[in-house]
Design a binder for this molecule. Structure first.
Ligand SMILES: N[C@@H](CCC(=O)N[C@@H](CS)C(=O)NCC(=O)O)C(=O)O
Length: 215
């Protein structure tokens, strides 16, 4: 079975799990300890980033590379739209999630949750507040883009998956889309959350997080 290394709180890891679930690709989640990387993980991820994948002799790091691999292995259902413009938009939304949304949201997530709750490190409230400020125009941009359907056309794409995966991490600090302030984003997010793939991945994550938080 394909192995995916990494902790499911990471939006990049969650993106890979969601894509695999959409496509019905079975994967084994390998958690590991960040401070004590296994030789298997190091072989798959030379720069020690999660996620990483091992499929027999084949290894690969980086969520974008990994979902490209999964999409090629199992083309249906597609996560990359067919038209040139929609396909490019899907990649834009993935980039938006992976570089812009996480850069701001991660400041709040790390300092209010990952550091204090999981790593025993004090959070830096100045950095968290800075992240909250940076998030305002980013979330407004997303709100303006959300419509009745999906971010990059008529079907769910890797763009929707990446953005929703990042918002779920932000849910750990109470920053999932608020219907009162971001109704279009909240409605789109509800559509992603209604998918069986999301429910399966979220249930698996909840079990891991419960153990990590010692509940
Ligand atoms: N562009 C990479 C980003 C991966 C990444 O930054 N992962 C974080 C966890 S969210 C990580 O491994 N951090 C550990 C470190 O930087 O040492 C991807 O899409 O997979």
């Amino acid at each position: 079975m394909i192995k995916v290394f990494g902790f499911p709180l990471s939006p990049f890891v969650r993106k890979v799990h969601l894509v695999a679930a959409e496509k019905g690709i079975a994967i084994e989640m390998v958690l590991g300890r960040p401070g004590e990387p296994s030789p298997e993980f190091l072989a798959a991820s030379p720069f020690r980033k999660i996620p990483a994948l091992q499929d027999g002799d084949f290894t690969l790091a980086d969520s974008t590379a990994i979902v490209t691999y999964l999409d090629a292995l199992e083309p249906a259902p597609s996560i990359t739209p067919g038209s040139a413009q929609q396909r490019a938009k899907a990649i834009w939304w993935e980039e938006f999630a992976d570089t812009i949304l996480i850069a701001a949201g991660g400041k709040v997530l790390f300092n209010r949750f990952v550091g204090p709750r999981l790593m025993g490190l004090p959070g830096d409230e100045v950095v968290a507040e800075q992240g909250l400020k940076e998030l305002v125009p980013i979330l407004e941009y997303l709100e303006a883009a959300c419509g009745e359907g999906w971010l990059a056309g008529d079907a769910l794409s890797v763009g929707d998956i990446a953005v929703a995966a990042t918002l779920k991490s932000m849910g750990y600090i109470g920053l999932e889309p608020d219907p009162a302030t971001h109704p279009r984003t909240a409605a789109w997010y509800d559509r992603v959350k209604a998918r069986p793939s999301w429910q399966m991945v979220a249930a698996r994550e909840a079990a891991v997080m419960e153990r990590a938080l010692g509940r």
